[in-house]
Design a protein around this ligand. Sequence first.
Ligand code: MG
Length: 163
Amino acid sequence: MRIGHGYDLHRLEPVAPSGHGRPLVLGGVRLEHDRGPVGHSDGDALLHAITDAILGALALPDIGQLFPDNDPRWEGADSRVFLERASTEMRARGWSIANLDATVVLERPKVSPHKEKMRENIASMLGIGVDRVNIKGKTHEKVDAVGEGWAVEVHVVILLENA
Ligand code: MG
């Protein structure tokens, strides 16, 4: 077995036209909000953290090395492309996902109404059962920039097993 850890944070800014925030998307689910992530790709911090967890378990270069943020190919990219690449690398090496557990830290809007759709999306992208994917939503208790709603933060751990 192998274990991987992934972490990501994206700054949240007012969405266009008043700011540079992109629409807020987490786990491929669009959340209605007046702030959104600033990022080179679509800024889906949940998919980025899962991608890095898989790559980390495989001891491969991380998401920033594989998909540099100065490469115009990834400007506004759908982050499922990154996850699918990590998944392909994983399967090519004979590994599969035993389970993954993610914590999304977001002051608002609430993550809980979207958790099931996020789980379904991620399970579908990875070709695994929904019972292997867990999402937890937490606030940052109004503390620091995350708690003031200026960033979204995601932590992921993943366990790989021989396919
Ligand atoms: Mg990111």
